[in-house]
Design a protein around this ligand. Structure first.
Ligand SMILES: Cc1cc2nc3c(=O)[nH]c(=O)nc-3n(C[C@H](O)[C@H](O)[C@H](O)COP(=O)(O)OP(=O)(O)OC[C@H]3O[C@@H](n4cnc5c(N)ncnc54)[C@H](O)[C@@H]3O)c2cc1C
Length: 347
């Protein structure tokens, strides 16, 4: 009988896992179950900017490993004929610091993944009289809604099915599957009794400012620092990070504060056209959970593969995580290691 695989959660992590698993296991029946689909997931409101952000040092190696795979995947798409459809582009810009560089501060190791990264010259710093030092690098950015529409089309063409439902207890779906892939992000708190996952609320502006062609990130070591991240159709301006807040509505006072701080650091923003303000919950966990487990559901052992807790870096990490999920699924189905390597390398 064809293996039955249910993926719970259709955010960027659930959807990319669904595509990879269905492609690597064409005979499996893969169903994506979720309460919300794009354009109503967290990634849809994110900036779609590749850079590990708001992650614990404890998970640095894992974050770097999966982020490197995702970077390669997105850059390949940025140089492919699909770039326009998916609204993926290479983007260069500035990380600026108002205080003098502390020689004890280490450069994050994920900078090694990038193709270009350098300190700003004295001449460049003259453009930023309020800042003290900075770096310039090139990364990749994606319009997550356009990208997720393409992933969803791919999933359906591969034979995957979808079901819209809010799941209150894991028993509601576990009985229907041989493998359950958990990408339910913050709901893992009650569905899997995981008290380590918590929300870190973020609020941003989406604005029209086509003259902004670089990204600007100010004092990124400070929690509520300003950032300006242009995409293809609009610019995302942030931001804040409110640990433990479950509020998904944007707050008008917060919006004004975010705007004023960003304009103060980057005056050319002044005459931009605001489009909307948006708030979302980063599913934060000190160690993002990417592992398999077995749970007992009404006397039946169910294999569960967890893929959640990506915090402020879910877009940055998604493809690397989806490939590791796929390898775990193939292993559970008894595929040998050589074949797993081959199948995953084709995704
Ligand atoms: C302001 C802001 C800016 C950001 N910018 C970036 C950025 O530039 N780059 C970056 O890498 N990351 C960024 N992030 C982080 C990124 O958006 C998240 O890490 C990522 O979107 C999480 O994706 P996910 O698929 O794990 O979870 P989610 O998108 O939260 O999806 C969870 C899914 O599970 C489903 N679900 C949950 N509970 C249930 C249930 N009980 N029953 C049925 N379905 C359920 C939901 O309906 C949904 O489909 C940003 C986040 C915020 C808030």
């Amino acid at each position: 009988m064809a293996p039955r695989i249910v993926i719970l959660g259709a955010g960027i992590n659930g959807l990319s896992s669904a595509v990879c698993v269905q492609q690597a296991c064409p005979l499996a029946q893969v169903q994506l179950v979720a309460e919300h689909f794009s354009p109503d997931t967290t990634g849809d409101g994110s900036a779609g900017f590749w850079a590990p952000h708001l992650m614990s040092d404890k998970s640095a190696d894992m974050v770097k490993r999966v982020s490197a795979v995702t970077y390669e995947h997105l850059v390949k798409l940025a140089y492919s004929p699909l770039a326009g459809l998916l609204k993926i582009q290479m983007l260069s810009g500035y990380c600026l610091y108002s205080k003098p560089a502390d020689s004890s501060e280490e450069v994050p190791t994920w900078f090694e993944i990038l193709e270009s990264y350098r300190n700003l010259t004295e001449k460049e710093m003259l453009r930023f009289p309020k800042e003290n030092n900075g770096v310039f690098y090139t990364t990749v950015t994606v319009d997550v809604t356009a990208y997720m529409a393409w992933l969803m089309k791919r999933f359906k063409e591969l034979g995957g099915t979808i079901r819209q439902a809010r799941i209150e207890k894991i028993e509601e779906i576990a009985g229907d599957c041989d493998i359950l892939i958990n990408c339910s992000a913050l709901s893992s708190r009650y569905l899997f009794n995981d008290k380590e996952i918590k929300p870190v609320r973020g609020q941003v502006w989406k604005i029209r400012a086509p003259w902004i062609k670089h990204f600007y990130i100010f004092d990124d070591h400070v929690l509520e620092h300003p950032y300006i991240l242009p995409g293809v159709d609009f610019v995302t301006v942030g931001g804040n990070a409110q640990e433990g807040s479950w509020k998904t509505q944007p707050d008008p006072d917060e919006a004004r504060r975010i705007w004023d701080k960003a304009v103060e650091r980057l005056p050319p923003l002044q005459y931009a056209t605001p489009l909307r303000s948006w708030a979302g919950l980063r599913p934060w966990r000190e160690n993002p959970r990417l592992e398999s487990d077995t749970i007992d559901v009404q006397g039946r052992n169910i294999k569960v593969i967890h893929n959640y807790g990506h915090g402020g870096s879910g877009v940055t990490m998604h493809w690397g995580c989806a490939l590791e999920v796929t390898a775990m699924v193939l292993e559970t189905l008894g595929t040998d290691q050589e074949q797993i390597k081959l199948l995953v390398s084709r995704l």
